[in-house]
Design a binder for this molecule. Structure first.
Ligand code: SAM
Ligand code: SF4
Length: 343
């Protein structure tokens, strides 16, 4: 036993994905593609990006194999599929089904812009998907078109409804506020989500856009978000322990409705992080802001067995830094943008 469950006959040994700062990763974020059908200003340029060459993207079998190694050998208990836009990945339903069949079955969730979710929510739920997080920054068509550079608000709304109806709940909505675009809409978005039973969480904008356009002054801070919401609602801290959850949760007007604020920049929660990321091209990243990756795809395609891949993965985690360092004067944005890391 190296640091987890003991090995029994026929059961592979578990090594936890521990770093040198006392954290253990059990939540795997898997990016299934770097492609997307929206062009959110805080994520991608209008013209899109140079997508990963097809032959570098893990096949369905390769993705499922790496997830299986994470679940069987490395203590992964939650798997979140993301991207780019994971719904544009053709094999998504099958990948979810095969992930659900793993032993022990991980909790499976999806972070999505919800375009097309109205058609696939039922199949995804049947395949074993537990929950969705839908990214929606506004319920005004003109603001939506400005932020995402596409006129698709109605598709997102339909996707949310389908996810709710398919039992993919609690349905969470992730919103980023942009100064002078939708920052005045926070109370309206919260009211809209509360009326529909969706759990809204505001995320501070992070320096992960492909255009490197983020500025601290441009970012709407958690303090500003609270100020805007408290103009119309009474927020009280929810009592449940936060644990490794990035969102600080508040009861709205005494509950039961809640709102979350993910203050990644101004109130970092790196000390409680339990996440590890796998990119669509098979690189392990121990942090969103990591400047180094570990290439599992090359090892996998060179014939490495499960034990060797697990060993490389464990080694990649050991070098996880204590924090993202955005406040460090020497901070450098990672070369991969959010859409290619998997948010
Ligand atoms: N396309 C899917 C979606 O939008 O939900 C999944 C990928 S997207 C990169 C994942 C999440 O990252 C979304 O909730 C999005 O709002 C968020 N995101 C993207 N760029 C961001 C940034 N610069 N700062 C904060 N959040 C960002
Ligand atoms: Fe696409 Fe999601 Fe990035 Fe928006 S945030 S451009 S939906 S990957």
């Amino acid at each position: 036993m190296i640091g987890g469950a003991p090995a029994y006959a026929g059961v592979v040994e578990t090594t936890l994905l521990a770093d040198t700062h006392g954290r253990v990763a059990s939540d795997l974020r898997v990016s299934l593609t770097d492609r997307c059908n929206l062009r959110c200003q805080y994520c991608m340029p209008a013209e899109g990006l140079d997508w990963l060459p097809d032959d570098t993207v893990l096949t369905d079998d390769e993705v499922v194999r790496l997830i299986r190694i994470g679940v069987e050998r490395l203590g992964i208990r939650e798997v979140r599929f993301t991207g780019g836009e994971p719904l544009v990945r053709r094999g998504l339903v099958d990948i979810v089904r095969r992930t659900h069949e793993l032993d022990p079955a991980p909790e499976i969730s999806l972070t999505t812009n919800a375009l097309g979710l109205s058609r696939t929510a039922g199949a995804l739920a049947a395949a074993g998907l537990d929950r969705v997080n839908v990214s929606l920054d506004t319920v005004r068509p003109e603001s939506f078109a400005k932020i995402t550079r596409r006129d698709r608000l109605h598709d997102v709304v339909a996707g949310l409804e389908a996810a709710h109806a398919a039992g993919l709940g609690p349905v969470k909505v992730n919103a980023v506020l942009l100064r002078d675009i939708n920052d005045g809409e926070a109370p309206e978005l919260l009211r809209w989500c509360l009326e529909r039973g969706y759990q809204l969480r505001f995320i501070e904008q992070m320096p992960l856009d492909a255009q490197h356009g983020w500025t601290r002054g441009g970012m709407i801070t958690a303090e500003e978000i609270f100020a805007r919401l408290e103009g119309e609602f009474t927020l009280t801290p929810a009592e449940e322990p936060r644990g490794s959850a990035p969102a600080e949760l508040f009861l709205v007007d005494g509950g039961p409705g809640t709102v979350g604020v993910i203050a990644s920049v101004t109130r970092p929660f790196c000390g409680d992080c339990d996440r590890v990321r796998l990119t669509a091209d098979g690189q392990v990243r121990n942090c969103l802001f990591a400047r180094e990756e570990s290439d599992l795809r090359a090892a996998l395609r060179a014939g490495a067995d499960d034990a060797e891949l697990a060993r490389r993965w464990v080694a990649a985690m050991a070098t996880k830094l204590p924090g993202h360092g955005i406040d460090d004067p020497a901070f450098l944005q990672p070369s991969r943008p959010m859409s290619a890391i998997g948010g």
